[in-house]
Design a protein around this ligand. Structure first.
Ligand SMILES: [Zn+2]
Ligand SMILES: [Zn+2]
Length: 255
């Protein structure tokens, strides 16, 4: 399976070469989409991904750096279908949102678009709760409600496919909220650094050899403004054998 990093930046002002956070998982030609920061569908399309293969979209929380590209992603599905660049006819896309208010509001917004956003495929809205939220036989997804900023919440996701496990932090108040999942081990840990120090995350992972690979995503200013120092710090703690990496837009990870 392949993981496509479509955006690796946290909610900063526009940054050269980096868009807000989004990534997609390709398993057997189906795409599973996690967060939808600005330009995610644009980037994916230009990377050669078949957007008609999108089957599920998981949104960790509704901050703009995680959802600004969501409407555009749905719009792209309709546009490519209506232009006969691909076909969505009869397909279903599950959309997982963190609270029940968001989907009706999003749909209302979409209906103001051309032709009232009439589509010939089904958008199946689902509300995320902690626990197993999705299993299509190929991909199994669990969600974990965690703290974030002030009283706001976000979800982390643990994804299992083809015998591999990926943990995606979403935005998280403390890495300790992921202790149980990381203690269980994973093949890939996609961890945000918008609210966390590189050294702290690396030390946490160093204590858990069962976390095989750490890729930073949702970069904060430590990485954006002091990249060389950040990678040196990461390597000094977790080594230079590829166990830790600072993710970049359009990066493709094979698991
Ligand atoms: Zn964020
Ligand atoms: Zn956030």
């Amino acid at each position: 399976m392949k993981i496509y990093l479509l955006g690796t930046c946290s909610g900063t002002e526009p940054m050269p070469g980096r868009n807000h956070v989004s990534w997609a998982l390709d398993v057997n030609g189906r795409l599973y989409w996690f967060d939808a920061g600005e330009s995610c569908s644009h980037t994916a399309y230009l990377l050669g991904l078949d957007l008609m293969a999108v089957r599920s979209i998981f949104i960790s929380h509704p901050h703009i750096d995680h959802v600004a590209g969501f409407a555009k992603l749905l719009w792209c599905l309709r546009k490519l279908d209506s232009r006969h660049i691909g076909s969505m006819e009869g397909k279903t896309v599950d959309v997982f949102m963190p609270n029940p208010r968001l989907w009706p509001a999003q749909l209302e917004f979409m209906k103001e678009m051309e032709n009232g956003f009439k589509i010939n495929f089904t958008l199946n809205d689902r509300v995320i709760e902690s626990g197993v939220i999705f299993d299509d036989g190929a991909v199994h997804v669990e969600a974990l409600r965690n703290g974030h900023i002030a009283s706001r919440e976000s979800f982390s996701f643990r994804i299992q496919a083809e015998g591999k496990t990926i943990v995606f932090s979403g935005d998280v108040k403390s890495i300790t909220e992921l202790t149980e999942w990381l203690d269980d081990g994973c093949d890939l840990f996609l961890m945000e650094t918008g609210h966390h120090k590189v050294a702290d995350v690396c030390e946490f992972v160093k204590a858990r050899s069962q976390v095989k690979r750490l890729v930073f995503i949702h970069h904060g200013r430590e990485i954006l403004e002091h990249y060389e120092d950040a990678i040196e710090t990461a390597h000094s703690i977790l080594g230079t054998d590829g166990r830790v990496q600072i993710g970049y837009d359009r990066q493709i990870i094979e698991l």
